[in-house]
Ligand binder design. Structure first.
Ligand SMILES: [Zn+2]
Length: 72
């Protein structure tokens, strides 16, 4: 998974349409990718939402930070 792929998966996650296998791929990317490090904490929150809920709801503050990151 590349950073662009991660961004797309995060969009899916925001829409509540992320597959369980994608959650695992996201976690793997975050463990390995330094480029995503500054958002790592937020992504960890998302990964937890992945595991805890079939239809995760992203906290608004996290959503805004990710949208800012994707807009760069
Ligand atoms: Zn990355």
């Amino acid at each position: 998974m590349k950073c662009d792929d991660l961004a797309r998966r995060l969009t899916d996650l925001r829409d509540g349409a992320l597959a369980e296998s994608d959650c695992a791929a996201i976690e793997k990317h975050l463990a390995e990718c330094a480029d995503c490090g500054d958002l790592h904490r937020d992504f960890e929150d998302l990964a937890r939402l992945c595991r805890e809920s079939p239809r995760p709801r992203m906290p608004l503050a996290v959503r805004r930070r990710i949208e800012q990151a994707l807009a760069d």
